[in-house]
Unconditional design. Structure first.
Length: 318
């Protein structure tokens, strides 16, 4: 057996166990459930309740991603164009927001702003607030990196020719950061569309159920695998379509520019920049307070925890 044959067969033998595991425990059961679901004659789009849940699922995802985009873009412009106190803390906090589990975010909101019944009364505003908390860091980080790494020569030339800062941003800067902005929006949209714990605990009742909650009810409550398969197929088709659109429409990444780098998109008067930074930090307090409230309430209950149960839970998690 030649060297080329060995080089070809070794990766196959190494990957064979992983392929078998995927086939036996994922692919075959998934295909079986999908075939069971599509063999049913039930038309989900003819059901007004399911149709409303489909609309609510992607409607709240769009609104949540848009609100997170506005806040993240605002923070990215402030962080990239200005030097202010707590700037590094804001950057770290933005990453912490995205890394926190959904259940901790929900508990943090309950701890800071009221119990479960209070937030359940809010419905979608509570859901959008929680999703904004979770996804703000994606926009803040990606757009800030794009703003810091790009060359500002074209913007400076436009400003010197009499263009306003707003027009310069919309015509020149926005196309440069558009890949980062679009990629962040797609990621946040998919994340919000497939959200489960936030909807379940903050939605306020069955009328605010999304596809994920309906899928859970179909499997765990009704044991209706046909309905669950159809709901899962809708999610899979929508998410895959959006992902493929983003993947194939994405331009090749540009290398970081090493040309002119100077802040352009900030107020000319120093006090205006300070006021803007203060407003942004005040807005972030809405998200900082829940985390601090949950941490403080948890610290007070540390003595009541069973050490053996905590250690067992940590080991099971790892």
């Amino acid at each position: 057996m030649g060297k080329n044959s060995r080089d070809f067969l070794v990766p196959i033998f190494i990957s064979l166990p992983a392929v078998l595991v995927v086939l036996l425990f994922f692919a075959i059961p998934l295909v079986n459930i999908l075939l069971t679901g599509f063999s049913s004659s039930v038309d989900l789009f003819a059901d007004s309740l399911m149709l409303s849940r489909i609309i609510l699922t992607y409607g709240q995802a769009l609104v949540s991603a848009f609100v997170a985009c506005v806040l993240g873009l605002w923070g990215a412009l402030l962080s990239s164009e200005n030097e202010f106190r707590w700037k590094s803390t804001v950057n770290v906090f933005a990453l912490v927001c995205f890394s926190l589990p959904q259940i901790l975010v929900v508990l943090a909101f309950f701890s800071a702003f009221g119990n479960e019944s209070t937030w359940a009364l809010l419905g979608w505003p509570a859901v959008i607030a929680a999703h904004t908390f979770l996804n703000f860091g994606v926009f803040h980080r990606n757009i800030q990196v794009a703003l810091v790494s790009m060359d500002r020569s074209e913007e400076l030339c436009a400003l010197s020719l009499g263009a306003s800062r707003l027009k310069t941003f919309l015509r020149i800067t926005l196309p440069k950061i558009w890949p980062a902005l679009r990629g962040s929006f797609v990621l946040c949209f998919l994340y919000c569309a497939t959200s489960f714990i936030v909807i379940l605990m903050l939605g306020g009742g069955p009328k605010f159920s999304t596809l994920e909650v309906s899928l859970y009810q179909a499997v765990r409550v009704d044991f209706d695998l046909a309905l669950a398969a159809r709901l899962g197929a809708i999610q899979a088709v929508v998410c895959l379509t959006i992902y493929l659109f983003e993947h194939f429409s994405d331009a090749p990444p540009e290398h970081a520019a090493h040309g002119l780098r100077m802040p352009l998109f900030r107020w000319q008067k120093p006090w205006a920049n300070s006021v803007t930074a203060a407003l942004f930090l005040s807005t972030l307090l809405i998200f900082v307070v829940p985390v601090l409230s949950l941490a403080m309430s948890g610290m007070g209950s540390l003595s009541k925890l069973d050490g053996s149960e905590v250690a067992s839970a940590i080991l099971m998690t790892l």
